[in-house]
Design a protein around this ligand. Sequence first.
Ligand code: DGI
Ligand code: FE
Ligand code: FE
Length: 206
Amino acid sequence: MKPADIKKIRKKMEKALDQRRFEHTLGVAYTAAALAMCYQVDIYKAQMAGLLHDCAKCLSDEKKLSICEKHNIKITEIEQRNPFLLHAKAGSYMAMKKFHIQDRDIINAILNHTTGRPDMSELEKIIYIADYIEPGRKQAPNLAEIRRLAFHDLDMALVKILGDTLIYLKESGTEIDPMTQKTYEYYSKTINEKQQLKRKDDNHAG
Ligand code: DGI
Ligand code: FE
Ligand code: FE
């Protein structure tokens, strides 16, 4: 992965996306690069995954469904009823086939950027978080706190984002993908266990 590859993909995204989505995409790429610097993750991979994460976002529902059907990508009942969710699956397929990305971690970061999943890699976490906190985002509650948290502890930022997303989905009566719930529970448990370990360590030290 080289700076030249990043430039090429940025040009392609400018063509594939509408202006608003392209601005968001640049915001995610730069925010992901900053998080990658903070957590010693490959900054080119972070930028590339950021640039490509919504590459299927501007396709029609029919097109997203047809990409998945044509290439035997499993569509869950929830995705059938909420086809916008499929921009992650369709996007990861396009990243591989249309944009020639071979790196599995980048593909997974695109694939899991909407619901998350238990046991994400650092890169997957960074893309999930960057998507929520990039500077163009203005609506979500607790953004200032989550932006600060993101550069302090990825798992804590994840739990806050997933928790707020679940509240938002419940309040708006939107159907929840079990993966969003599962991811929230997994990372809630992870941070509780980390806190317990820290308390034990502190007690021993004291
Ligand atoms: O594509 P973006 O808008 O940049 O961001 P995204 O792919 O993370 O999608 C964000 C939307 O996804 C946001 O409105 C919340 C929604 N979402 C997240 N988890 C679920 C969900 N929507 C449904 N229906 N079910 C979920 O579990
Ligand atoms: Fe998205
Ligand atoms: Fe996005």
